[in-house]
Design a binder for this molecule. Sequence first.
Ligand SMILES: Cc1cc2nc3c(=O)[nH]c(=O)nc-3n(C[C@H](O)[C@H](O)[C@H](O)COP(=O)(O)OP(=O)(O)OC[C@H]3O[C@@H](n4cnc5c(N)ncnc54)[C@H](O)[C@@H]3O)c2cc1C
Length: 237
Amino acid sequence: MKETSGKLIETIERTESIKSFRFLPDEKIHFSPGQFLQLIFDEKDRQNRLMNKYLSFSCAPQREYIEVTKRLSNSEFSLKLKQLHLGERVLLRAPMGDCVFSDEYTKIGFLIGGIGITPVISIIEYIIEKKVSTSICLLYSNRFEDDIAFRQELNLWQTIYPHLLHVVYLVNECKPKDKQCLYGIITKNIVITHMADWRERVIFVFGPPTMVNIMKDICSEISCQKGNIKTETFAGY
Ligand SMILES: Cc1cc2nc3c(=O)[nH]c(=O)nc-3n(C[C@H](O)[C@H](O)[C@H](O)COP(=O)(O)OP(=O)(O)OC[C@H]3O[C@@H](n4cnc5c(N)ncnc54)[C@H](O)[C@@H]3O)c2cc1C
């Protein structure tokens, strides 16, 4: 793990409240898809949890830049991030986390809610760019259709690589307009129906604590092998 300064080079709005930030690090950060970093605003007090937060990489490791994607709130950390100008620098500590993709996995599945999508994007980009032939099935749940971050990218990848990637969107607060989007939450029946070969897949669960716990319960209900479930909890939600 190392610390390096990163220069903000681009921001991308993913939804009304979710934004990506791309930084050019002074020194290359080597990480595995699925890992995260710590973005440090308070360099004097490293224990300041409110100003030094963990964010997953939301881009493939092969990139020159690194990207993180944050659900922006009214917290001081979010406000500071929103106020960063292009060219400004932040301190980054990375990489962290062992919920990572391995090239040896031939089939993977994702059970994802909301902002948990960020490391998934890193993993999918990595698989596509490295031409790994892993089959990917993503069940991705949000409250509203407009909350679906990276939808354009996921749809494009699905069109180009239909043999590789299958995405099922779910929204649960109001009926979706898009017919490809299901109305409801990820349940045991949804997994059995839309990821019928779940027994053959390594299942990844990323997201806020409540979501991760519910998905873990579903995995045990459908008797997934413990060794086939990989989870990372986004503490702080
Ligand atoms: C491994 C990991 C990966 C993550 N990846 C992402 C990501 O890719 N994108 C993303 O948006 N977020 C991610 N998070 C969560 C992120 O670090 C922030 O905690 C979250 O975004 C909320 O920050 P905030 O400043 O907007 O909210 P705040 O308003 O500061 O906090 C929201 C709520 O959480 C509570 N809280 C704050 N900090 C903590 C804490 N350390 N522990 C427990 N409760 C706390 C607050 O009291 C408040 O109730 C990740 C977290 C972890 C641990």
